[in-house]
Design a protein around this ligand. Structure first.
Ligand SMILES: Nc1ncnc2c1ncn2[C@@H]1O[C@H](COP(=O)(O)OP(=O)(O)OP(=O)(O)O)[C@@H](O)[C@H]1O
Ligand SMILES: [Mg+2]
Length: 276
């Protein structure tokens, strides 16, 4: 089993890429769970269970789910307390008060706890070959990764501390978890991606794969209008950016109108790329 986190700046194509990756792995016969974090489900703009709205109908071996914070939190807490009535009591306990103090990262922590649970043999059984997580945008993604250490420094011992330790161990293990950062071939996104990757490497010793998305094609050779020249100038730097980094996969700018069509085009292009 492999856990895959997809991140990147807002709007770069995280959801499209996660969906394509999930479809590709499912088409190879693997059992795949494609996860998005709640509260708002977005994957239903791409996938549907019926043919009516011409979205993608996922194959039987691809499950799509939105993880809801409150549900996952209850699951997480219930693991420590086992008995349901205790779970209710727990929310008024001193430990809970301590948790509330670090509450900004509690959401992140429970999502990570859930994502890594198959490797830690806790919680509900998740029997998949790939767990593909359409995750937070870069800045928020760092908070996600920092959440176990944050909790460990707030609660110095006991079951919660131990859980956080194992979560972090799993997250740092390249055999268990891989990371994909989607970015655009433009100056600012490339600078930010470099910084982001630096943080992942320095803080967590994590080396993500880079996905370059929305690469634009030349209009026509030797276009003479000011627009054509400006456009050529802009896209001229794309190769430069691509050559400076180790890119896992590049995708062109697709001029498909519908998101589901775009994901279909992306999936075809992804082909049999080996997942790292
Ligand atoms: N290769 C591409 N070519 C053209 N348009 C694309 C491409 N990839 C993504 N898009 C478009 O960019 C927009 C954002 O894509 P997507 O929702 O996958 O990004 P995201 O990173 O998940 O965004 P968010 O940060 O809002 O979650 C969508 O309108 C999508 O159709
Ligand atoms: Mg998205």
């Amino acid at each position: 089993m492999k856990i895959v986190f997809v991140t990147g700046k807002g709007g770069v194509g995280k959801t499209s890429f996660s969906s394509s990756l999930a479809l590709t792995k499912a088409s190879e016969g693997h059992k795949v769970l494609l996860v998005e974090f709640g509260p708002k489900p977005f994957l239903n703009y791409i996938f549907s269970k019926n043919k009516v709205d011409k979205k993608i109908i996922p194959p039987a071996n691809l499950e799509i789910v939105t993880w809801n914070y409150e549900e996952v939190l209850i699951e997480f807490i219930a693991y420590f307390l086992k008995v349901k009535t205790l779970v209710e009591k727990f929310f008024s306990s001193p430990i809970m008060k301590k948790l509330i103090k670090v509450a900004p990262s509690l959401r992140e922590l429970v999502y990570l706890g859930k994502a890594t649970s198959p490797y830690r043999n806790i919680g509900k059984k998740m029997d998949y070959d790939y767990l593909i997580i359409d995750s937070y945008a870069t800045g928020h993604f760092l908070s996600l990764l920092r959440s176990p250490a944050g909790m460990m420094s707030a609660i110095k011992k006991g079951a919660m501390h131990e859980q956080c330790k194992t979560i972090l161990e799993v997250m740092k293990d390249p055999e268990k978890v891989s990371y994909y950062v989607v970015t655009l071939p433009e100056k600012l996104p490339m600078i930010e991606t470099k910084e982001f990757i630096g943080s992942l490497q320095d803080e967590f010793n994590i080396s993500p794969q880079i996905v370059l998305n929305k690469i634009k094609q030349p209009l026509r050779k030797n276009g003479k209008t000011a627009f054509e020249q400006e456009y050529s100038e802009q896209i001229g730097h794309q190769d430069n950016y691509a050559s400076k980094m180790n890119i896992y996969k590049s995708f062109p700018y697709f001029y498909d109108l519908k998101l589901s069509d775009l994901v279909t085009s992306m999936t075809k292009k992804l082909g049999d790329n080996e997942l790292v």
